[in-house]
Structures are given as structure tokens and as C-alpha cells.
Design a protein around this ligand. Structure first.
Ligand SMILES: Nc1ncnc2c1ncn2[C@@H]1O[C@H](COP(=O)(O)OP(=O)(O)OP(=O)(O)O)[C@@H](O)[C@H]1O
Ligand SMILES: [Mg+2]
Length: 251
């Protein structure tokens, strides 16, 4: 099938079966999702519903059992490990719950690192790293090491690092999961700034409905399927979503 260039991500009826001992777990059961360039998508759902599995397929960390995945118009479904590595390096930034910064390097050096290692070096490592730290409002901590930074500051440095080579897509798995409310709000503000000022498409998995509702669009996964796909800014839909959550016993 051909893809429409306006989508940064397309999944077409993807499923993922995982072997757990003798048992086959159907982690995803036919997920079709289109994410437009510049969108900020939230993904919610109970534990085990397939959120991380879906992120892994879109992020080229894993391949689907059936179905197709397109990133930035390119079919990545049947790529080799080496080709997937290229897609990950060029197209996708990753942000995780635990910031995973290199402890012996300063904030600036952490952000500059992927620029130094890029196959096609597009930016001056130090200049670009400083620019990103400024956008994320942690430039005053550029010469500090991770253990000298708060959790929220570390996460903003991690976001800067994920954006180092200007990927069109940023994938975040529970980016505020390890932060207090105030630090989490600053990280969310930073993600909005990135989305608006750099035009980066963002896909963010979270357990937190208040965090998810700050996205442009929220899908909820239940048992490996998309159960809802809403615009959280629409109050009526939000109420319906809350009712559904209560009904299903979600957090
Ligand atoms: N490597 C694996 N081997 C076997 N089963 C797995 C593996 N990884 C995940 N699963 C199963 O696949 C299903 C989906 O898991 P997934 O990690 O995508 O859930 P999740 O929505 O991210 O949950 P959480 O909110 O707890 O992070 C679960 O039933 C899980 O037990
Ligand atoms: Mg998960």
C-alpha cells in the first residue's frame, strides 16, 4: 500500500503475539493508527494493554506479527535490524521514565553526544546542544552533571538529547512517571514548546489522565485494541471518557 505524506506514523492492522513460556500473549490485536505531522498524541490504557508494545513497533525497536508500520512514509515492517537502527537514529527520539543520562558527562555533553555520533553530522554539537538546552530552559545547568540536577531538569536534558539530530518524531514512555506534579508540569510545558516551535510530532504514553488530556488527541488501548480516540479539549468527550474509565476501572 502507498502512504500519504502528511502522516509521520501509520500502523495498518498491526498485531503482536509474544510467547510467554508455553502461552501466547496477544499484546496487540489489530491496531490501525494514523498520526499527522505536528500532532501531539497521548496514549493511555491499563497496565498490560499494549502501550509499550505499540511504542516499540512504531519506534522500530520490534517488528509486528502481522500488519504494517510506516514511519515518515517509509514502510519499516520488514526492515533488517541494521535498517531499523538507521530509522531510529534518523527519524525517532526516545524519552523514558528514567532519564538514562550518562552520569559522568555534563548536561551539555549528554546532548552533544548523539550529534557527534550521527552518521551525517548536520549540526555543530556544542552549539546545537546549547540551543536545545535553551529551548528547554535548562541552559543554566549546561555544565552540571546529572546527579547535580533535579528530576525535572534531568528529564528536560533527556528531551534535548532525544531531539539532538532533529528527528520528526519524539516518542515518550511515561515521561512524567518519575516526577512530582510541579516538575511534571514543567516537562509537559517543555514538550508543548518543542511541538510548537520545532514542529516535532510527539507520541506520549502515560497512566495519568490529567497529563494525557494536555495532548491534542488521546487514544486509549484496552486489551491490545484502540478503545477510544478523542480530542481531550472537547469537554463533552472528556466527560464521556471519564465515565468510560470509571466503568472499566481504570486509574
Ligand atoms: N517480552 C515479552 N514477552 C511476553 N509477553 C510480553 C512481553 N512484553 C510484554 N508482554 C505482554 O504483552 C502485554 C502488553 O504489554 P505492554 O508492556 O505493551 O503493556 P503496557 O500497556 O505498556 O503496560 P504498563 O502500563 O504496565 O507499562 C502484556 O500482557 C504483557 O504481559
Ligand atoms: Mg508500558
Amino acid at each position: 500500500m502507498s502512504t500519504n505524506g502528511q502522516y509521520v506514523v501509520q500502523t495498518v492492522d498491526v498485531s503482536k503475539d509474544l510467547a510467554l513460556g508455553q502461552v501466547m500473549v496477544h499484546a496487540l490485536r489489530g491496531v490501525t493508527l494514523n498520526v499527522k505531522a505536528g500532532e501531539f498524541l497521548g496514549v493511555i490504557g491499563p497496565s498490560g494493554s499494549g502501550k509499550s508494545t505499540l511504542l516499540g513497533l512504531i519506534g522500530g525497536l520490534d517488528t509486528p506479527t502481522t500488519g504494517q508500520v510506516f514511519i515518515d512514509g517509509e514502510d519499516i515492517t520488514n526492515l533488517t535490524e541494521r535498517e531499523l537502527t538507521r530509522i531510529r537514529n534518523e527519524k525517532i527520539g526516545f524519552v523514558f521514565q528514567f532519564f538514562n543520562l550518562v552520569p559522568t558527562l555534563t548536561a551539555l555533553q549528554n546532548v552533544a553526544l548523539p550529534i557527534r555520533f550521527a552518521r551525517h553530522r548536520k549540526f555543530d554539537p556544542t552549539g546545537r546542544a546549547m540551543e536545545l538546552l535553551t529551548l528547554l530552559e535548562v541552559d543554566d545547568r549546561a555544565n552540571h552533571r546529572p546527579n547535580q540536577l533535579s528530576g525535572g531538569q534531568q528529564q528536560r536534558v533527556a528531551i534535548a538529547r532525544a531531539l539532538a539530530n532533529n528527528p520528526p518524531l519524539l516518542m515518550c514512555d511515561e515521561p512524567t512517571g518519575n516526577l512530582d506534579t510541579v516538575s511534571g508540569a514543567l516537562v509537559m510545558q517543555a514538550l508543548h514548546d518543542v511541538n510548537e516551535e520545532m514542529g516535532t510530532t510527539i507520541i506520549m504514553v502515560t497512566h495519568d489522565m490529567d497529563i494525557a488530556s494536555q495532548a491534542h488527541r488521546v487514544i486509549s488501548l484496552v486489551d491490545g485494541r484502540i478503545a477510544d480516540d478523542i480530542d481531550p479539549r472537547s469537554a463533552a468527550q472528556m466527560t464521556a471518557m471519564n465515565l468510560l474509565r470509571e466503568e472499566r476501572g481504570l486509574e
